[in-house]
Design a protein around this ligand. Structure first.
Ligand SMILES: [Zn+2]
Length: 261
């Protein structure tokens, strides 16, 4: 029978951390929810998508942002057949810093960043599957296609928590990953993924498959002074998305990734 499981190529990257993120992502892609959404919402041709995905490479790159641009965490060229997913090189700088430094918490932060990479790749895949069908822009029924996929899988959009809240750079510490619940949920439902029970197990690949899209959350609020960064790669549509989502700003948290025009 024809397989409905998409997988990134083992040759997608030669970077150690990105390679690990690809392995993690390929585990996610084995979860049935993914192929179900790809089939029923995206209506993809699995054979075409498998072939295209197998050719995708992942590279670090710098994002030259203009004055008030949001930081792009990951992105692709805006064309129907992009071959590369770019990851912002600030992440590589931070991972190098953690590797070479003597910071006690470096193992935990490295794992958080690598697992977050797999979420970024899921977001980009949400766009690529449409591009490969000839749709350059996210359809209006989806909103922003990357967030659409995140919402379908996790019931909210994925955000990286950093401190301090100002200017993301190599000096920003990545302290966790949160899921921002869509409208209709109470503010406190913006939740942090458990490091011990979810992120660490995802990283070690010891998590059972039924937990992948049913994450374990911490029962504590996001700490004050943290910034929740969400993926930005399609400015035009992200603004539309803004009105549909509770923002973490109501929790006293600054958020980037939403560009105001
Ligand atoms: Zn996007």
């Amino acid at each position: 029978m024809e397989s409905h499981q998409l997988q990134f190529s083992d040759d997608a990257t030669c970077d150690e951390n990105l390679c690990l993120a690809v392995k993690i992502l390929n585990n996610y892609l084995l979860v049935e929810s993914f192929s179900f959404i790809f089939k029923t919402n995206y209506h993809i041709d699995f054979e075409i998508s498998k072939k295209k995905l197998n050719e995708i490479k992942i590279l670090y790159a710098s994002h030259e942002k203009k004055d008030k641009d949001a930081d792009y965490l990951a992105w692709t060229d805006r064309c129907l057949d992009p071959k590369i997913i770019f990851i912002n090189q600030i992440f590589r700088q931070r991972l190098d810093y953690l590797k070479n430094g003597h910071k006690k918490t470096k193992k935990k932060e490295t794992e958080i960043i690598v697992v977050f990479f797999s979420f970024l790749l899921i977001h980009e895949l949400g766009h690529l599957l449409l591009r490969w069908k000839g749709e350059l822009n996210s359809p209006t029924t989806f909103g922003e296609a990357g967030f659409f996929l995140e919402n379908k899988l996790f019931g909210g959009t994925v955000q990286l928590l950093i401190i301090p809240s100002k200017d993301w750079s190599v000096n920003s510490e990545c302290i966790g990953i949160a899921i921002n619940k869509p409208l209709g949920y109470k503010e406190l439902d913006a939740k942090i993924l458990s490091y011990q029970k979810y992120i660490h197990k995802i990283y070690n690949m010891t998590l059972s498959f039924d937990i992948y899209v049913n994450p374990v959350y911490l029962k504590k609020p996001i700490e004050k002074g943290a910034r929740a960064m969400k993926q930005a790669d399609e400015e035009v549509e992200i603004e539309e998305q803004h009105a549909d989502y509770i923002t973490l700003e109501s929790l006293g948290i600054l958020k980037c990734g939403l560009q105001k025009h």
